[in-house]
Design a protein around this ligand. Structure first.
Ligand SMILES: Nc1ncnc2c1ncn2[C@@H]1O[C@H](COP(=O)(O)OP(=O)(O)OP(=O)(O)O)[C@@H](O)[C@H]1O
Ligand SMILES: [Mg+2]
Length: 228
């Protein structure tokens, strides 16, 4: 594919992706809890914002903005001055999520897309597994969830947005997850044991219509964020 490439702003990851992320497209950052999904996404957002890109971080976990920024403030990529100006932080309340598909769509259109951001992070997709139909007030069938997410992604696509979303999916379950076939690109993070040492690794599982470097690549998390 000859789509436009946009850097993840994480050295080495851009090399593994043969130049960067395809824009517009949707990228799943998957892995179990604590592997570094939020850090990776935030590092990409802050660095993109520093380059002048309009960015948005959307929490679906009803976390306060203070809690979200506090977790990031010890990293060197963090810059308070970018928040509000270039990097907007949204937290979709559980009330909105409980109201169902239509309410979420409306919130995203009226709050996030109206700013015309070029890069958006949704943290985490799993929350959407429990959404209901706003009008019928009953849980979604799997096919309805898929249609809802595809419509949502189409909206991002039409707005030329690079969408990164996290998924609480252990590396070993990635192939069975509905999320892995909805997304264009799937990147999985994992922690493995090796002679009593824990190490983190990143693996690109797929990138639709493009080449990438396969294999498990070790990384660490330091004050500078994720580095290989
Ligand atoms: N300054 C730092 N130096 C080293 N490691 C750090 C630092 N700050 C955070 N970490 C590590 O980052 C990890 C958390 O990363 P992150 O919050 O991105 O994970 P996550 O995959 O989003 O988890 P969850 O699924 O719980 O949201 C923790 O395991 C912590 O050890
Ligand atoms: Mg997280």
């Amino acid at each position: 594919m000859d789509g436009m490439r946009s850097p993840s702003y994480i050295k080495k990851l851009d090399d593994l992706l043969c130049g960067g992320l395809i824009k517009p497209s949707c990228i799943l950052i998957a892995g179990s809890c604590g592997v570094g999904k939020t850090n990776l996404c935030m590092q990409s957002l802050f660095n993109a914002a520093k380059e002048g890109e309009r960015c948005a971080y959307v929490s679906l976990l009803s976390e306060s903005e203070t809690k979200i920024t506090r977790a990031m403030s010890s990293f060197t990529f963090y810059d308070e001055n970018l928040i509000e100006d270039k990097l907007k932080i949204f937290s979709i309340n559980s009330d909105v999520v409980a109201k169902g598909d239509f309410a979420i769509f409306e919130y995203i259109n009226e709050n996030i897309l109206k700013d015309k951001p070029s890069r958006v992070v949704i943290d985490t997709m799993n929350v959407l597994e429990d959404i209901e139909s706003t009008f019928d007030e009953r849980p979604f069938h799997k096919s309805e969830l898929r249609a809802f997410v595809q419509n949502l992604f189409q909206e991002f696509d039409e707005n030329e947005i690079l969408l990164l979303a996290t998924g609480e999916i252990p590396a070993s379950n990635i192939n069975e997850s509905i999320w892995s076939y909805i997304f264009d690109t799937v990147i999985v993070l994992d922690i493995q044991n090796d002679d009593e040492n824990n190490y983190r690794y990143l693996e690109i599982i797929k990138e639709r219509g493009s080449d990438f470097i396969t294999g498990k690549h070790k990384f660490t998390i330091t004050n500078d964020g994720i580095s290989f």
